[in-house]
Unconditional design. Structure first.
Length: 194
């Protein structure tokens, strides 16, 4: 099935529709939904499935996805249910902001305006969509941001759905830009989630 995205300009004004593959090939700006789940001083990361086209077997934002053509941010919350099996509404999330998230590889240029949220975990059971997510892990929040800032070489992660344990390095993460991670950290630290 061909997925169409809304292409926007640098001010987030709609300028047209394009196939997702073409958007990434051409480096067009488009909009996405990101949700970081936290619990106390813990941050949840997803381990992307081995079958994912982009960044398989890498750790990433708890739940995230593209806003398809015609969708709003309110529609984007579906990503949490699709990937993690948790049914939430946008009103249950805390908005952090809209952040530029640009990832460039040899094969594509992904330029996103990421509508970014945080959710304080309330103990819901996870039902992972195995084509999307291989595992959900918890990491110490401050150590995670120290890892992405290059202040520590690795950190420990524990699965929330199995007995698995991991030692993560920055190379095992999807390579979001440092500025994106800094904005997420500031946003989460600015909220009270106790």
């Amino acid at each position: 099935m061909i997925e169409f995205l809304t292409v926007v300009d640098e001010r987030r004004k709609k300028i047209g529709l394009k196939q997702r593959a073409d958007v990434h090939r051409d480096g067009d700006w488009h909009e996405t939904f990101h949700c970081w789940i936290i619990e106390g001083d813990q941050l949840f990361l997803q381990l992307r499935s081995a079958t994912k086209q982009d960044f398989p077997n890498r750790f990433d934002i708890t739940a995230a996805g593209h806003l398809a053509a015609g969708e709003t941010v309110r529609d984007g919350v579906r990503e949490i249910h699709e990937e993690l099996g948790i049914e939430l509404t946008l009103d249950q999330l805390t908005v952090l902001g809209v952040y530029e998230d640009v990832i460039e590889t040899e094969s594509f240029l992904d330029r996103e305006f990421a509508h970014t949220y945080v959710y304080a975990y309330a103990g819901e059971p996870f039902t992972l969509e195995s084509d999307e997510v291989a595992d959900i892990v918890t990491v110490h929040r401050e150590r995670f941001f120290a890892l992405v800032a290059g202040e520590v070489a690795s950190l420990d992660a524990s699965s929330l759905v199995s007995e698995a344990r991991y030692t993560l390095t920055k190379q095992q993460l999807v390579p979001h830009p440092d500025r994106y991670f800094q904005q997420v950290r500031i946003g989460i630290d600015g909220e009270r989630h106790d």
